[in-house]
Ligand binder design. Structure first.
Ligand code: SAM
Length: 284
């Protein structure tokens, strides 16, 4: 549905709401074996990537999401050397991960190579770390990849997935989280983008319950703004095996040697604060 030909509109049926961006032109459109991908040039938000009608990212605000999917977890793990990104084909999360010098290997496993090829073409700044010798780009089903991973071989798994429909549905299941649990070492952390804290509380509850039943004893849902996603407010849920996830390498975060546009020590602390209405979710 469009307001008129020069607007892109994403409908959010759960909240009976819609978000529109004025577009200058459609730059590209294709159907891959997995999904429909469209790229637009917008008037204010820069280039926009849409998968199956849902906004994935824009030039203007993707830094919020990519930084918050990576830095809080990386500064929480005591020594993250091996990182695996499931999904994340636009490569923005990979770029942030590789800012950490402790990381020795970062493997990105996206099911759809076309997302990465189009990102290289239309979002080159997100792909600027792709040639880093520590980076490995694989095009495969992340569910299968994690199932086959050697036990305790990974420090951090970041699930930068599309919504829980189509090929991403299984990424929200207890079975997948159990495989992540096995693949992670003792200090290992799993992070999954967990949708809007305002609209999707039932989904966040399901994600947390599924992570708990997979064996993770430590859970932490962090929140951050994301204007192009429904409600403009987004979350990521972290799961760990033993140490509370509210404790992180604060000094390293405060003195980080690389540039970010949103993440810093104060933002990390603030993102962990729990709004009153979330407590209802956790009581159920
Ligand atoms: N930031 C985005 C969001 O929350 O809307 C997600 C961006 S990223 C482009 C999502 C990626 O997940 C897509 O490139 C898609 O191909 C990938 N994906 C979906 N299901 C997958 C699976 N089972 N294994 C690996 N990648 C998957």
């Amino acid at each position: 549905m469009t307001l008129s030909d020069d607007w892109f509109t994403e409908l959010c049926t759960e909240s009976g709401s819609a978000f529109s961006l004025k577009v200058k032109q459609k730059l590209h459109e294709e159907q891959t074996p997995y999904q429909h991908i469209a790229i637009y040039e917008t008037e204010f938000f820069g280039t926009l990537m849409v998968i199956d009608g849902f906004i994935m990212l824009s030039d203007f605000d993707n830094f919020l999401y990519h930084e918050m999917m990576s830095h809080p977890a990386l500064f929480t793990h005591p020594g993250p050397e091996k990182v695996v990104i499931i999904g994340g084909g636009d490569c923005g999360t990979l770029r942030e991960v590789l800012k950490h010098s402790e990381v020795k290997q970062a493997v990105q496993v996206d099911i759809d190579e076309r997302v990465t090829r189009l990102s290289e073409q239309f979002f080159p700044e997100l792909c600027e770390a792709n040639d880093d010798p520590r980076a490995e780009l694989l095009f495969a089903d992340g569910i299968q990849w994690v199932k086959n991973a050697a036990p305790a071989s990974v420090d951090l798994i970041i699930v930068d997935s599309t919504d829980p429909i189509g090929p991403a549905e299984g990424l929200f299941s207890a079975a997948f989280y159990r495989d992540c649990f096995e693949a992670l070492g003792e200090d290992g952390i799993l992070v999954h983008q967990s949708e809007s804290p305002l609209i999707h509380q039932p989904l966040i509850r399901n994600i947390r319950n599924a992570m708990g039943s997979a064996g993770f004893t430590q859970l932490l849902t962090i929140n951050f703004p994301q204007p192009v996603y429904p409600s403009g407010w987004w979350s990521a849920t972290l799961a760990g095996k033993r140490e509370p996830l509210t404790t992180f390498r604060e000094r390293a975060s405060r003195e980080k040697p690389f540039a970010t546009r949103y993440y810093n020590h104060g933002i990390h602390l603030a993102a962990m604060a729990t709004p009153e209405f979330w407590k209802e979710r956790d009581r159920r």
